[in-house]
Design a protein around this ligand. Sequence first.
Ligand code: 3Y8
Ligand code: NAP
Length: 248
Amino acid sequence: MIRALILGGTADASLLAAAIARAGIDAVYSYGGRTRAPADQPLPTRIGGFGGASGLADTIRREGFTHVIDATHPFAAEMSRNAVEACTQTGTPLIALERAPWEKTQGDNWIGVSDVDAAVAALPESPANVFLAIGRQHIAPFAAKPQHAYTLRFVDPPVAPLPFAADVIVSRGPFTLDGELEMIRARKIAWIVARNSGGDGARAKIDAARTLGLPVIMIARPELPERPRVESVAEIMQWLDHSTRLGA
Ligand code: 3Y8
Ligand code: NAP
């Protein structure tokens, strides 16, 4: 009998939760607890960390999970690493639902960097209007270049003082091309810093940058350990169905 743990927190994870609920599969949806009011899910939901890989392994044993689906974000590297370790420790089948990275296309002006520090280094020295579309958790390094006029975008209003002067847009996304074009034009944004998240929820700013011929400093995804990965909900449902037939 399947009892699945979904490590969620993304648009794809929400689509997966709906499919699993429709199929009547016993499952629990897990949020990391990063936002004040995460979207409701059609499954029993837990919020907060497990306490590292060992805590996740204990949860798998205690709750009797037979399958783990890592549907977290490509930049949620620690969670993904812990899932690989915990599922190895407990011998639990694991699969990742991971969308493909965005590919540079005709007209894109991308500056590829490996991490946030390299993104700061890639910004010009002369003052510019810069849009940091990388959330709340990793903005501190930009304090090294306070000469820029920064626009940030958070899911929730900031609770702590910002490490540098900035204007904060509070918006959860998914975002639209028209909305991004309007915001970028209104603020005369000249540089955009983004992560290569993939998916549709965050890509409107990339399309807007191409339309306006703006440079995008694109932060590459972190390396993740090997684990089975698919890009569609349908493939996850086949994986679960296959496990059922094998009596896993
Ligand atoms: C808590 C769940 C849905 C899910 C929506 C997707 C799309 C919109 C785009 C920009 C980029 C960013 C950020 C972003 C996007 C979707 C998706 C996606 C990027 C929620 C959610 C949770 C989070 C956590 C949050 C992070 C932050 C990152 C904002 C819910 C809304 C920048 C990623 O304030 C914080 O602490 C926020 C933290 C991790 C990255 C960061 O380091 O700040 N996501 N985002 C999940 C949990 O607790 O487990 O609140 O309902 C989910 C979504 N965020 O149902 O349609 O699927 O990617 N999320 C990035 O791409 O760089 C915004 O502004 O252009
Ligand atoms: P992270 O840095 O990889 O994980 C840090 C710790 O947060 C994990 O070790 C775990 O704590 C806890 N955690 C993370 N995701 C969890 C989940 N789904 N359920 C339970 N605990 C979780 O994670 P992150 O980048 O902060 O992302 C947190 C959440 O936001 C994830 O659900 C992710 O899908 C979502 N999200 C992230 C981004 C992004 O840009 N990173 C974008 C969109 C959505 P313990 O070690 O205590 O178990």
